[in-house]
Design a protein around this ligand. Structure first.
Ligand SMILES: [Zn+2]
Length: 237
C-alpha cells in the first residue's frame, strides 16, 4: 500500500514533472552502464563506456562506435514497464510531463504525451553526410546510409557534444511552473540534467523514489523502495 499522504500529494498537484533516469529502465532489462553491474565494468577493453559514447569515438573510429552501439545500447524488443506506463497515464490524464535521461525510447512506446528525451533517442537515426533521417532498422543492419554511403548515427547526445537547446528550454519551463516534482531512478549526479531541479519554485514539493537515499541539499520526501512497486500502487486520480 502506498502512503496516503504521498498519494495525496499526487492527487492535489496542479502540475507534475517527473525527472527520471536509468533505474526506470532496468526493470525492462536495460542495464545502467554507469552502475556497478552495467557495461562500464563488464567491458573487457581498457576504455570506459564514456569513450565509446563520445563524439571523438564516432569521428575517429566509426566502426568501433557502431560495434559498441549494436552490442550494448540497442534493445529494440524491450517493453515499457509499470513505471513508464503509470507516468505516461499521468501525462494523458493530468497536467504532467516526463523529462528523462534515458535514450531507450521506452517512454515513447508507453505513449507518454508530454515528454522531453533530454539526451535524445537511439530510435531517431540520421546520416552525417546528407542529413536525412532513416528508419532505425536500417542502422541495425548497416552503419552506412544506403542512399549516399555516409555514416549513420543515432540522435543522442554524445560526450563532447552540447545539449539540444529546445529540450533545455522545455524542461526549464515545465519545472519552473510545477508544484510537484518527482525524481525516479536517478541519483541526480549527472549534470546538466541534475541542475534542472534548481529551477523548481520554492514552494514545490519534491518526492524522490529511489533504492538509494538521496541528499539533494533541500527538503524532500524520500521514498526508498522499488520504483516498480511504488508505481504499481500509485493511482492516477
Ligand atoms: Zn546520407
Amino acid at each position: 500500500m502506498i502512503d496516503s499522504a504521498i498519494q495525496q500529494k499526487f492527487d492535489n498537484a496542479k502540475k507534475i514533472t517527473f525527472l527520471t533516469g536509468a533505474g526506470v529502465s532496468t526493470p525492462s532489462g536495460i542495464p545502467d552502464y554507469r552502475s556497478k553491474n552495467g557495461l562500464y565494468t563488464n567491458d573487457a577493453s581498457d576504455k570506459p563506456a564514456e569513450y565509446y559514447l563520445s563524439i571523438d569515438c564516432l569521428k575517429n573510429e566509426p566502426e568501433v562506435f557502431y560495434d559498441f552501439m549494436m552490442k550494448n545500447m540497442y534493445y529494440p524488443d524491450a517493453k515499457p514497464n509499470v513505471i513508464h506506463e503509470r507516468q505516461a497515464e499521468f501525462t494523458q490524464k493530468r497536467d504532467a510531463m516526463v523529462i528523462t535521461q534515458n535514450i531507450d525510447g521506452l517512454y515513447q512506446k508507453a505513449q507518454t504525451k508530454k515528454l522531453v528525451e533530454f539526451h535524445g533517442t537511439l530510435f531517431d537515426v540520421y546520416c552525417l553526410k546528407c542529413g536525412k533521417h532513416v528508419d532505425y532498422h536500417e542502422y541495425l543492419h548497416d552503419m552506412h546510409h544506403k542512399d549516399c554511403g555516409g555514416i549513420l548515427r543515432p540522435n543522442i547526445v554524445l560526450y563532447g557534444e552540447g545539449l539540444d537547446g529546445e529540450n533545455i528550454s522545455r524542461s526549464v519551463a515545465a519545472i519552473s511552473t510545477s508544484d510537484l516534482i518527482v525524481v525516479v531512478g536517478t541519483s541526480m549526479r549527472v549534470y546538466p540534467f541534475a541542475g534542472l531541479i534548481d529551477y523548481r519554485p520554492n514552494s514545490a514539493e519534491v518526492v524522490v523514489v529511489n533504492q538509494e537515499a538521496l541528499n539533494l541539499g533541500f527538503p524532500i520526501t524520500m521514498v526508498q523502495e522499488d520504483a516498480s512497486k511504488f508505481f504499481e500502487d500509485l493511482q492516477v486520480n
